[in-house]
Design a protein around this ligand. Sequence first.
Ligand code: SF4
Length: 336
Amino acid sequence: MTSERPLLEVNGLKKHFPIFGGILGQETAKVYAVDGVSFTIDRGETLSLVGESGCGKSTVGKSILRLYPVTDGEVYLAGDRIDNLPAGRLRPLRRRVQVVFQDPFSSLNPRMKVRDILAEPLINFGIVRGGRALTERVELLMDKVQLPRDAIGRFPHEFSGGQRQRIGIARALAPGADLIICDEAVSALDVSVKAQIINLLVDLQDEFGMALLFISHDLAIVEHLTHRVAVMYLGKIVELADRRTLFAKSHHPYTRALLSAVPVPDPTAKRQRIILTGDVPSPINPPSGCRFHTRCPFVFDRCRVEEPLLRSVGEGHVSACHLDHVPGGQVVPMAG
Ligand code: SF4
């Protein structure tokens, strides 16, 4: 029944955090962290969720993982609804959806040896019981993330940042997840180590076929591993396209501004830098109309009053902007 559906379907996801204040401690405002986000991920696909810090991308990941209860919307995994699962029925979800966080040092228990860190999910999910089979499985995971087998007796602090992230990836691989959410998983690493971890993720995806939701503030990083990219701004997706289209023919002014900051490998190539002025507005009181209008270099009257909805601007390419794209890189107002 479910084989034709995408692995992950997120429909109209909202996550609002109440703010309490006053003498009675009543709700005085809301943080509209995620405000109506929809996307799908197919089996074996990588979708990158990109945007500045505070845009809600990590909250999307944590809502899918059920680390936060969702405010509204629906999330399906292989056709099964998971956003409303009672707490006692989350176990299968925990096995099928794993996460790799930004800071491996704080996400790995410093008092556990690597052997125990990797054995824990294998035992908890009943994959192996113990004994030699467990050790073999742990050693195999070490092989897969290119760490030496004899390091399983060490503690996390005895590894470098990149090696710790490899341990985090091995732990996520252990239960045979269908989807791994990488939440700024390479952001804290040096440039060369970042590239190694990204190459490792690509190789592991080729071998095991899991899907990745790759959450990052850096478009330059995702270019090398993603199939599609969704750009978020202030709680909403403003553009979504396959990688090639997004990097070559982006439509939304915000995406263009992000892309203009991506370094170009060819030193003779010129790219006009678009500098966004001002800070990202508060998600407590987002701007009317287009949420990007306070910073958009192309803003016009309609943008301040009418919210642009995501609409098709090409095959598999949607953008939430009142402007139409003109080949050659210019942007002009749409009729109507
Ligand atoms: Fe800019 Fe208007 Fe498009 Fe929003 S709708 S991105 S303000 S041009």
